[in-house]
Design a protein around this ligand. Structure first.
Ligand code: AMP
Length: 422
């Protein structure tokens, strides 16, 4: 088979790495890819967010059998509809189904309609009305931009002042553009978070191992949210009992609800959860795999991923087994100093080869580029350093051993990834 992967971050490196292990695969292409991905795939630099015509032409010219979409933006812009209308096989939800991620208002309404447990929330179009409501309910409270915001559109606020400021950031300063035309103001849920990621063909749901990411930039989960500074799998908070509740009360009614709404859901459904006293509630849905959770989860997937993806598209997921290994995995993200604010690019990365040669360590590239013979930084999140261990503690130690072999000017990483699982 000839496979095209769309995206060029750490998640897509993990996807390509896993797909490359499939005996069914002859050749992989990745658009735009990155220097890490280029070890397994031919990388082509093309626009992936809007110019689907070029991608369709590329897929047709290269006789691509299957396209796999990593990031949310092309999904939200309808890449799956565009490919399917032209007879091309593609993995991911349609534009309408992706609204479960791309509109927090839609997903909140869906959860209310189908009794899916989540935080109570109100939606607002008008910043003054949003602020009056905030004065009425007070803090702690969470303010969220309605649309996509690269994982940075949610503001959990412990005091009223920061909640009012979040309204200005989202609705007045328009930090996330149109995504901030509407906001959701919701109850601040206390508890422990976990990510639940499952494959689905619209009827059958097959989960992958649970995971947990660390969104805030600083140790102790402090500071502003980022795209994710690290992840581990499994998340001990997802016990067998919690797993059953998540499937019964969240995943199944969501997939059923989407089908009733005329938005049949095929692809990966990711539920970001808050677990309070053994009860899971939805923080958000994503219409694709998480980044960096994927870098901790896919190394634990024993089964070939390609037949799973094909079964999701063909509606035969009930016939496929998903097997995983017991060993936990931890992914530590190395970022450019300054991220999620301003940061410099073009710093030479040293020690990659040495870290890569370590047993049970995989280095996933995210914001990297090639400059002559050097690999240099080219984004906020630069690398995801994943390690597998006999225990979560072993995996954490090994991941940090590998991190310490890698260096670049102003490198920043959290020192406490996985600490909650210990
Ligand atoms: P989201 O973009 O909706 O995934 O939110 C990003 C992060 O903000 C989550 O991973 C949580 O840590 C936090 N968050 C979002 N909504 C809530 C909530 N209702 N209660 C507490 N924390 C939340």
């Amino acid at each position: 088979m000839r496979i095209l992967v769309i995206g060029g971050g750490g998640r897509e490196h993990a996807l390509v790495w896993k797909i490359a292990q499939s005996p069914l695969v002859d050749k992989i292409f990745c658009v735009p890819g990155n220097p890490g991905i280029s070890k397994y795939a031919d990388c082509k630099n093309m626009d992936i967010e809007k110019n689907f015509d070029m991608l369709v032409r590329f897929a047709t010219d290269e006789n691509i059998d299957l396209t796999v979409v990593g990031p949310e933006d092309p999904l939200a812009n309808g890449i799956v509809d565009y490919f399917e209308e032209r007879g091309l096989k593609i993995f991911g939800p349609s534009k309408l189904a992706t609204e479960i991620e791309s509109s927090k208002v839609f997903s909140k309404d869906l959860m209310l309609k189908y009794n899916i447990p989540t935080a109570k929330g109100e939606k607002f179009r008008d910043p003054d009305e949003a602020k009056s409501y905030l004065y009425k309910v007070g803090a702690p409270i969470v303010v969220k931009a309605d649309g996509l915001a690269k994982g940075k559109g949610a503001f959990p606020c412990r005091d009223l002042e920061s909640a009012l400021k979040a309204i200005d950031t989202i609705m007045i300063e328009k930090e996330f553009g149109e995504s901030g035309d509407k906001v959701i103001i919701e109850e601040f849920m206390e508890g422990e978070e976990a990510s639940f990621i499952a494959f689905t063909d619209g009827k059958t749901i097959k989960p992958m191992p649970s995971a947990q990411d660390h969104k805030p930039i600083f140790d102790g989960d402090k500071g502003p949210n980022t795209g994710g500074m690290g992840a581990y799998s499994p998340a001990p908070v997802v016990t067998d009992e919690v797993h059953k509740i998540i499937m019964r009360e969240i995943m199944e009614p969501t997939i059923k609800g989407m089908s009733i709404e005329g938005r049949p859901y095929k692809g990966v459904l990711y539920a970001g959860l808050m677990i309070t006293d053994g009860k899971p509630r939805v923080v958000e849905f994503n219409a694709r795999m998480g980044d960096p959770e994927t870098q901790a989860v896919l190394p634990r997937l024993k089964s070939d991923i390609v037949p799973i993806i094909q079964a999701c598209i063909d509606g035969t997921l009930d016939k496929v087994q998903i097997e995983c290994i017991e060993e936990p995995a931890v992914c530590v993200v190395m970022a450019s100093g300054g991220y999620p604010g301003k940061y410099e690019k073009g710093k030479i990365i040293n020690g990659l080869k040495e870290a890569e040669s370590m047993e049970n360590v995989i280095i996933f590239h995210a914001g990297t580029a090639k400059n002559g013979d050097n690999i240099v930084t080219s984004g906020g999140r630069v690398l995801g350093v994943t390690a597998l261990g006999k225990s979560i503690k072993d995996a954490i130690e090994l991941a940090y051993k590998a991190v310490n072999k890698i260096s670049f000017d102003n490198a920043y990483f959290r020192k406490d990834i996985g600490y909650r699982a210990l």
